[in-house]
Ligand binder design. Structure first.
Ligand SMILES: [Zn+2]
Length: 207
């Protein structure tokens, strides 16, 4: 892991501004095959991530190895959501298989969820464990994809980064996952390019 890695100082960065975006962002460097890294790769790590992301209450998921099928289903949802969001921000047609997979997960989450008799109404995902994490994220994805925030989903402009975030800026012009990470790298890159005008053409390893 290099020093400039955005997630190097924390288990997983939570920069998306929405749990579903942070969920998809658990893979770093989506658009850089050499650096791509899955930050959450065990049932236990997912249980911890769920609590850190505010999606699960502490102790709601045990993260046992027996949850492997639930972990795989969670990863499948993440990958499908990623493909859908990546197409969305590029204004490309939605990838059919991934979009089918996401929609099935949303329908399934509703079918399995309970609706407690309290207000405000709120679906309560079931069953417990990592499946609840998937169910909650599916229900939150439904809300996100049905809301005006859909058009505030942006992808970081940092080369290779690929992280998504909700752009809450008034002008809708936020470009970086974090000004301290990709934004800094961009400033450093431009500074370097000014000082070494020929370096870019020689495949420089400047940050
Ligand atoms: Zn970035």
């Amino acid at each position: 892991m290099s020093e400039e890695d955005p997630a190097a100082t924390a288990d997983v960065a939570m920069i998306g501004g929405h749990p579903v975006l942070d969920f998809v962002n658990t893979v770093a460097w989506r658009h850089d095959e050499a650096r791509r890294a899955d930050r959450v790769n065990s049932a236990d790590a997912w249980a911890r991530w769920g609590v850190a992301a505010g999606v699960l209450r502490s102790g709601a998921a045990s993260g046992q190895d027996a949850d492997e099928p639930a972990r795989l289903a969670l990863v499948e949802l993440r990958e499908a959501l990623w493909a859908v969001l990546d197409a969305l921000v590029d204004d490309r047609p939605l990838p059919l298989l991934a979009w089918d997979s996401v929609r099935r997960a949303l329908v399934e989450a509703r079918a399995k969820a309970a609706l407690p008799p309290t207000l405000p109404l709120r679906w309560q995902p079931a069953p417990p464990g990592l499946a609840a994490l998937r169910g909650t994220l599916a229900l939150q994805a439904e809300q996100l994809l049905a809301s005006d925030d859909l058009h505030r989903i942006h992808r970081c402009a940092g080369p290779g980064c690929g992280w998504f975030f909700l752009d809450r800026s008034r002008a809708g012009t936020r470009r970086w996952c974090s000004s301290g990470d990709c934004g800094n790298r961009d400033r450093a890159r431009r500074h370097y390019a000014r000082k070494h005008p020929s370096a870019g053409r020689q495949g420089s390893k400047a940050p």
